[in-house]
Write a protein that binds this ligand. Structure first.
Ligand code: DOR
Ligand code: ZN
Length: 345
């Protein structure tokens, strides 16, 4: 029986750090275990230009507690007026590692996203030319499509046509939540897919059965059990298409526990312990490193970490139920089972 597991330091390929007091509360939680993270640009206002990204990066570095080493990998928020030359400069200087595409209205702070994909053609072609990945929130926003079908419909009606029109474009389908998404990503070259910790653990019953659980509500919303099982199979298979993107997305409790609650699950604090349980249950602890530490850098063409972390199995680890802090309280993801794997970072 494995009681101790040492892996290369993991990275988080999809993270919301926010800004100001909230960032100060959540940044140490990620930096404690993770070496790098792809930082989502959906601030208010969004991180649109290279100058915005440089300023945001400086704010992150300034908020990083002394002694924590962490590298934020910056992204730009694609709008219909994004300037391809600004993106090119930001990528070539090393500042920006990806551009995020939010279909307008798909989720939190996505109002400036893309409505007319013809308007971003120039940006997409330039990204294909220089190999800069596009991260995509893969859901259609049309009101007549059922929320549980939005990912599958997006793949068929938006993503696949867009990729066919832009040969060479490298795409990360973010937070894959369906078997349809898994099958699509797995069958494509030049594609990666991130999977969140919480989508490996909850299905839609966890949100809706026995009373509504706002802290399990996120976008894309968790689907049926059969989809969760497809995600677990993809993540634990070792397949290089799939890597960890927690989508850890803090909101203060009063906005989650609300008549119109915000989407987002905050899992930065206990993600590695949760993942160890999921991989152990599948007898796949030997593939946790591929998912959390190797497949991501390989897709992004970055070196893997030369540091390690060790997970040790023992009595259940106590994580705080909430983070208190300037912008809190923020509820930490509750996987619904004890976490026996402690992280020695
Ligand atoms: O649940 C989510 N929360 N999904 C997203 O796509 C955005 C995120 C947020 O920013 O809160
Ligand atoms: Zn997100």
């Amino acid at each position: 029986m494995t009681e101790s597991l040492t892996i290369r330091r993991p990275d988080d390929w999809h993270l919301h750090l926010r800004d100001g007091a909230m960032m100060e509360t959540v940044l140490p939680e990620t930096a404690r275990h993770f070496g790098r993270a792809i930082i989502m640009p959906n601030l208010v206002p969004p991180v649109v230009t290279a100058a915005d990204a440089a300023a945001y990066r400086d704010r992150i570095m300034a908020a990083l507690p002394e002694g924590q080493a962490f590298e934020p990998l910056m992204t730009l928020y694609m709008t219909e007026t994004t300037d391809p030359q600004d993106v090119r400069r930001a990528a070539e200087s090393g500042l920006v590692k990806a551009v995020k595409l939010y279909p307008a209205g798909a989720t939190t702070n996505s109002a400036s996203g893309v409505r007319d994909f013809d308007k971003v053609r120039g940006v997409l072609e330039m990204m294909a030319e220089i190999g800069l990945p596009m991260c995509v929130h893969g859901e259609v926003t049309t009101p007549d499509v059922d929320i549980f079908d939005r990912e599958a419909v997006f793949i068929e009606t938006v993503l696949d046509p867009l990729r066919r029109n832009t040969p060479g474009l490298r795409v990360v389908m973010e937070h894959v939540t369906t078997a349809d998404g898994v099958n699509y990503v797995k069958s494509q070259e030049d594609m990666g897919g991130t999977i969140t910790t919480h989508h490996l653990i909850i299905n839609r019953n966890h949100i809706l059965v026995g009373g509504i659980k706002p802290h399990y509500y996120c976008l894309p919303v968790a689907k049926r059990e059969v989809h969760r099982l497809a995600l677990v199979e993809a993540a634990t298979s070792g397949d290089a298409h799939f890597f960890l993107g927690t989508d850890s997305a803090p909101h203060p409790d009063h906005l989650k526990e609300h008549a119109c609650g915000c989407a987002g699950v905050f899992s930065a604090t206990n993600t590695m312990s949760c993942l160890a349980e999921v991989f152990e249950a599948e007898d796949a602890l030997d593939r946790l490193e591929a998912f959390a530490s190797l497949n991501g850098p390989t897709f992004y063409r970055l070196p893997v970490s030369d540091e390690t972390i060790t997970l040790t199995k023992g009595a259940p680890v106590d994580y705080p139920a909430k983070l208190e802090g300037g912008a809190g309280p923020v509820t930490v993801f509750d996987p619904g089972f004890p976490l026996h794997w402690r992280v020695d970072a």
